[in-house]
Design a protein around this ligand. Sequence first.
Ligand SMILES: O=C(O)CCC(=O)C(=O)O
Ligand SMILES: [Fe+2]
Length: 248
Amino acid sequence: MDHCYLPANFQETLISPLPASGYYLPNFITENEEAYLLQKINSAPLPSWKNLSHRRLQAHPSPLSPSNTLLAAPLPSWLSVPVVPRLLSIPVDSKDSVFCTSPHGAPNHCLINEYLPGQGIHAHEDGDAYHPVVATVSLGSHIVLDIKPKKIDTTGENPGKVQGWRVLQEPRSLLITTGELYTDCLHGISEMKIDDDLGENTIANWNLLGDRAPFAGGQAAREARISLTFRDVIRVKKLGKAFGGLKR
Ligand SMILES: O=C(O)CCC(=O)C(=O)O
Ligand SMILES: [Fe+2]
């Protein structure tokens, strides 16, 4: 079976335990599309990858400049065609799409991260270079994203205790983080080879998973996982302008 599932309204995919504005959609791309994307990514020449200590990444169409500016260029079509039109076709509340209020109305940038089992990314926020929406498509393996608020709550029943959430991302799923989840929370991936303590009470999107069976025993060994993180970079410069204009 090779099909993708699109909801009539994104509200159906809201991860309700999160502090608003996290959406999870399993089977967003098909197995054929996943295989095609993995083949394209894995056959990229080695210099396309930037090696970091605990993962490696590709930036498309190019890395941002030190002033967080993107040189205007389209996303490569092998990357945008299976994802972007579908992403923009899902209505969110009464709006057309989750990118409809972003400066360019669509993602113009994609960071591709690769994590081998045992690799992860420290807790961080994505910052103000981007409009506050990230659309992440997972390929190859599940992973657990850890989310926690930036500010520690000093009131309530357990003052000082940080309440966090775990989001299980299945291969071929889509995760959207926006709103408070983007602006007020940190996200990271722990450096584990096996995710454990998986279940209804510990995974915020448990009820939205496409197939709980692989995780029903509470544990799942990670394999190589690739994430496609689509965003709208706010500052874009045309090449002509960057070089003071090329017209004579
Ligand atoms: O791989 C992921 O799902 C998260 C990546 C991430 O947080 C980032 O690229 O900023
Ligand atoms: Fe991030």
